[in-house]
Design a protein around this ligand. Structure first.
Ligand code: AHR
Length: 495
């Protein structure tokens, strides 16, 4: 196969948004306990945080971390997680049929964020709770001192305010599985009044209204329209959530999952803009794609429902292979390509739960295959996002019809230009010609590829580097051409 694309700084989409590289820590399974936090672990610091996970989080290049859920947040009482740890209540977590010990709460999480060098993004419970509790949490977190709740935070050891700017007004409130699930109008009204009250405390907060849990929800589109009609002037973002998995051995469609993500983004942008037009507003609502990943959800849904209420059980511990990582890279490319409107995103999740980082309780931490596209994109995407207009052969997919074999995006800054590209072909390499004339006399500084003869090969704790980026030797300088192996994620850096 042969394809061609053009790198030209004039084809600017938007600046690279650092918040594209957000992730998510939910009180779910082993994400918090034995994930970021494990006091008895050999690498644990004085606060009980695993240093090995902190190191991998930094290496992953995470910008923001959404917390504490997810479905968990819709039954969560934030006050359970503050004050002396020994006195904190144990509660049933209805979302994940677990027992929550509350050893980690908002103060610990923010301390962890400071150590990891990431921005906290807080989700509010609009399932079982409402405006008053949202205001209480905001006061506790962001008011420096001098009120009962802010002074309580100081007493609890957090002298400086947490300074949390981004707040999610609930989670997946369109889903029947959500505790306190609501209709679009019920939710839209509650989100609007919560946002209005929060803005009275601080007008500069960045607020996210819940969009649809997936583009296949029966209320998709109508949900966004109703919610935004109620909240348009009060929020900055509407959320999108999407998970993909290979179904029925249909690898071709799976590798093309970003086609669905692209459709999802365009539909939500169109819906938001049509509400804006009706309201005669010049304001634009951005997308916070605050849950995205490969997730073998059908395995989870079809598993035996639990009968007990364990503490931090292993849940949603998907073990990713090469094809998962290449599909994942395609999703990341789509997020970047849409940086004009997708200005924040959170990979769901960070550790153990559908995660790029895995840990053994008391033992090792290691990188899943999906770690690498994320880490490379976060590290090398800089400056502006460029459209690259690939001219590529296509292939037929069951789910999305004809889809190009190459999916790509580039970024450009004074330091150089980086191209991110996947080859979706399952059987053939693809020769990609890169027209870089508009960049002047640049050369390839580094070309790496993530691939393997076995598309289902995985990393394990014993063989953690089976799938990792390796130098791509198949680069020709003039004309600039690179060979992309079948089922591969590729990074080409020019300067
Ligand atoms: O990330 C796992 C779950 O997926 C989240 O808790 C929920 O918001 C979504 O359905």
């Amino acid at each position: 196969h042969q394809a061609k694309l053009t790198l030209d700084p004039a084809f600017k989409v938007a600046p690279v948004r650092r918040r594209t590289f957000g992730t998510f820590v939910e009180h779910l399974g082993r994400c918090v306990y034995t994930g970021i936090y494990e006091p008895g672990h050999p690498s644990a610091d004085d606060d009980g945080f695993r240093r090995d996970v902190l190191d991998l989080t930094r290496e992953l290049g995470v910008s923001t971390v959404r917390y504490p859920g997810g479905n968990f947040v819709s039954g969560y009482r934030w006050e359970d997680g503050i004050g002396p740890v020994g006195q904190r209540p144990r509660r049933l977590d209805l979302a994940w049929h677990s027992t929550e010990t509350n050893e980690v709460g908002v103060d610990e999480f923010v301390r962890w964020c400071r150590k990891a060098g990431v921005e906290p993004m807080m989700a509010l419970n609009l399932g079982t709770r409402g405006i008053a509790e949202a205001l209480d949490l905001l006061e506790y977190c962001n008011i420096p001192s001098g009120t009962t709740l802010s002074d309580l935070r100081v007493t609890n050891g957090a002298k400086e305010p947490h300074g949390i700017r981004m707040w999610c007004l609930g989670n997946e409130m369109d889903g029947s599985w959500q505790t306190g699930h609501k209709t679009a109008l019920e939710y839209g009204r509650l989100a609007a009044e919560t946002a209005r009250a929060m803005r009275m405390v601080d007008p500069k907060l960045e607020l996210v209204a819940c969009g649809s849990s997936s583009a296949s929800m029966p209320t998709f589109g109508a949900w966004e329209a109703t919610v935004l009609e109620e909240t348009y002037d009060l929020v900055d973002y509407v959320s999108c959530h999407a998970y993909y998995e290979e179904k029925d051995g249909d690898l071709g469609s799976f590798l093309a999952s970003s086609t669905n993500m692209e459709y999802f983004i365009r539909s939500v942008v169109a819906t938001a803009d049509s509400v804006g037009a009706r309201l005669k507003s010049r304001k634009k609502i951005d997308i916070s794609f605050d849950e995205w990943n490969v997730w073998y959800l059908s395995r989870f849904v079809n598993a035996e429902p639990p009968t007990d209420w364990p503490v931090a059980p292993p849940l949603l511990e998907d073990h990713y292979h090469l094809a998962d990582a290449v599909t994942f890279g395609g999703l990341l490319i789509t997020l970047l390509r849409n940086s004009d409107r997708v200005t924040a995103a959170s990979l769901a999740q960070l550790v153990n739960v559908i995660a790029p980082i895995m840990t053994e309780p008391g033992g090792r931490a290691w990188r899943q295959t999906t770690f690498h596209p994320f880490a490379q994109a976060s590290r090398y995407a800089a400056g502006d996002v460029l459209r690259v207009e690939p001219v590529s052969p296509s292939y037929d997919t069951k789910l999305y019809g004809e889809v190009p074999l190459v999916h790509a995006v580039a970024t450009h800054s004074e330091e150089g230009t980086t191209l991110f590209a996947v080859n979706r072909s399952t059987d053939e390499p693809l020769s990609l010609e890169i027209d870089a004339r508009a960049l002047g006399g640049v050369r390839v500084v580094e070309a790496t590829t993530l691939t393997d003869p076995d598309v289902y090969a995985r990393n394990t704790a014993d063989d953690p580097d089976r799938i990792a980026p390796r130098p791509n030797p198949d680069v020709e300088p003039d004309p600039l051409r690179i060979l992309l192996p079948p089922v591969s994620w590729n990074v080409i850096r020019l300067a």
